[in-house]
Structure formats: C-alpha cells, structure tokens
Design a protein around this ligand. Structure first.
Ligand code: NAP
Length: 284
C-alpha cells in the first residue's frame, strides 16, 4: 500500500491582527523574519520586507514567500509594527522616507546599533512608541540574546509586543537605554568572541592529539553545556568553575595558564573597546 501523505495542520498565526514591515531585511532582519514565519507568529501575508536592491527583493520574495520590495514608504504605510533593520547611518534617511506613513498608533522597533530612541522619535516628529533592540546572530537558531529598551512614548502593550517578537528568537532582557551600547559590546558582538574561544579550544585539542572534527565538536558542546549550566542553575560561574576544579588536579593547572595569559582582562578589554565603538556607529 502506498503511503498516505500526512499534511501538518495549519496553525493560525499567533498575532493575526498585526501587520509588520521589516525595513532592511539583511542578515539580522532576515533572521527575525524567518523566525516569525517558522514560529507562525505572523502569516506570510502579514509581512512586507524591504531591501535596497530590486534583484535581491525578487530573490528573497520567492525564498521567503512574503512581499519583499524596495518601497519603504509603502511597507511602512501598510504596517502596524515597523522594524528598522538598516545600518545605523542609514536610519535618518529611512525615517525621512517613511515619515508620511507614521502615526502614534504604530510601533517602531529599531535594532540598528547605536541609534537612540530619541533620535528616531525626533525624526518622526510625533509621539510614537519607539523600542530599541539589540539582538545577536544566534537568533537564527532560536538561541539569541536580545536586550530591549523603551523610548518615551512606549505603551505597555507595545513593549509586550516587542518582547513577544524577540521571544521567538531566544532570550530577552529589558534594560535602560543607557546600557544599550554596553549590550552591543557584550552580547551583540559576543558571538564573535565565543567563536574565537571555540576555535582556540579546538586548536588546543588538535595540539594534544585529537582529530580536528572531534576537537571542534567537544569544544563547541563544552561551551554550550557550560552556558546552559549558568543559565539553568542560576549558580555564579565561579561556583560552577570550582565544582570542576579538583584540588591538585589538572583543571587548576589549566586555569593557571588562562590567568597568566590574561584571558579575563583580555575579554573585559574586548567588551570595553566594542562598547566604545558602539557609541560612535550612529555618527559614522
Ligand atoms: N549582524 C548582527 O550581528 C547584528 C546584531 C545586532 C544588530 N544589528 C544591526 O542590524 C542592522 C543591519 O545589520 P546587518 O548585519 O543585518 O546588515 P546587512 O546584512 O547589511 O543588512 C542591511 C540591509 O539593509 C538593506 N538596505 C540598505 N539600504 C536600504 C534602504 N534604503 N531601504 C531598505 N533596505 C535597505 C540592505 O539591502 P540589500 O540587501 O539590498 O543591500 C540589507 O538587506 C544594523 O543596524 C546593525 O547594527 C546587526
């Protein structure tokens, strides 16, 4: 007997009344948009995305099955929720373009690094709810870390909506806007630091004789497991480190090398430098 095809039941979109514009559906905008679709937060016909290049719009429209164009004003007109995903320096021009489409009932969520909510509010010239978000690329696998902060005119329901959106791509925290550049330096850029650490650990595994694929898998899974321990036990990382460190054992020899090599200070300085740079991006 031939197999009977089973079709998954269509789950209704979870926010059926919200129309979304993703203005600047590049790497991060694309990750968010695809997560919305995958989790059925929005149906394809609720989303209108934009990019700069017409050819890319055509390709993405076919790939994602949503309306993708280069018409920011039209996309913003149709939307209740407007996501700003262009580069920080492009935000002022984009705001000028979409100005006629804005009104106080709409919500703007910007994930452009460094651009302050006040700059967006001032560009809008009306009392519109502006939320700033700083996601990171592991959002692509639902393992993102996002910080959100509210502008002056954000209503509780708008904040709830933003939190709901970023829930689809991982964990999120709400913080004061004064901390957003620090968030950018820590978790926005952070995946790059961790990849370097994983790469270095894998290289170390190769140095002590492991095949590269085994070393890479062990290094990555160890990083993942350690992060999961911190998040799920709630224990201080130092306490978890102590639990691995047997007196006169091998771990303490390893950590001694890390201290001598200045790993801690190096990581602290990396986040400080990235935070400083994050402060400047909007004025580039
Ligand atoms: N990547 C990250 O890890 C990350 C993390 C947090 C926040 N962010 C923020 O996300 C924003 C985008 O970064 P990204 O890494 O996603 O960059 P990206 O891949 O270059 O995406 C930018 C997108 O904006 C589009 N675009 C440019 N001008 C436009 C216009 N006038 N109208 C509509 N679309 C326009 C580009 O279109 P084309 O594709 O046609 O060129 C591109 O798709 C930045 O502000 C960044 O600070 C990024």
């Amino acid at each position: 007997m031939s197999e009977i095809p089973v079709e998954a039941p269509e789950i209704p979109a979870q926010l059926p009344d919200v129309r979304v514009a993703v203005l600047g559906a590049g790497k991060m905008g694309g990750i968010l948009l695809q997560a919305f679709l995958k989790q059925n937060l929005f149906a394809p016909d609720q989303i209108h995305a934009t990019v700069a290049h017409k050819e890319r719009a055509t390709v993405l429209s076919t790939q994602w099955g949503v309306d993708v164009s280069t018409d920011n004003l039209e996309a913003a007109r149709q939307a209740d929720l407007i996501l700003l995903g262009v580069k920080p320096f492009q935000v002022p021009d984009l705001m000028e373009t979409i100005l006629p489409a804005l009104n106080p009932s709409k919500t703007i969520v910007s994930f452009a690094a460094s651009v302050k909510t006040k700059a967006i509010e001032d560009a809008a010239g009306i009392e519109i709810g502006v939320i700033r978000a700083m996601p990171n690329t592991p959002a692509a696998l639902g393992a993102g870390a996002t910080a959100l902060c509210r502008g002056r005119f954000v209503k509780p329901a708008q904040m709830e909506l933003a939190e709901r959106i970023f829930e689809t791509v991982g964990r999120s925290v709400v913080c004061d806007e004064k901390h957003m550049d620090a968030v950018t330096g820590l978790s926005g850029s952070g995946p790059a630091y961790i990849y370097i650490i994983i790469e270095a650990l894998a290289e170390a595994g190769v140095k002590v004789g492991l095949p590269r694929d085994v070393a890479t898998e062990l290094a990555a899974q160890t990083t993942f497991g350690a992060a999961k321990m911190v998040l799920e036990t709630g224990y201080h990382p130092a306490l978890l480190k102590d639990a691995v460190t047997t007196p006169a054992g091998c771990t303490v020899d390893g950590t001694l090398e890390l201290e001598e090599g200045g790993l801690r200070v190096t990581l602290i300085k990396a986040v400080m430098r990235a935070t400083e740079r994050a402060k400047q991006l909007a004025s580039d």
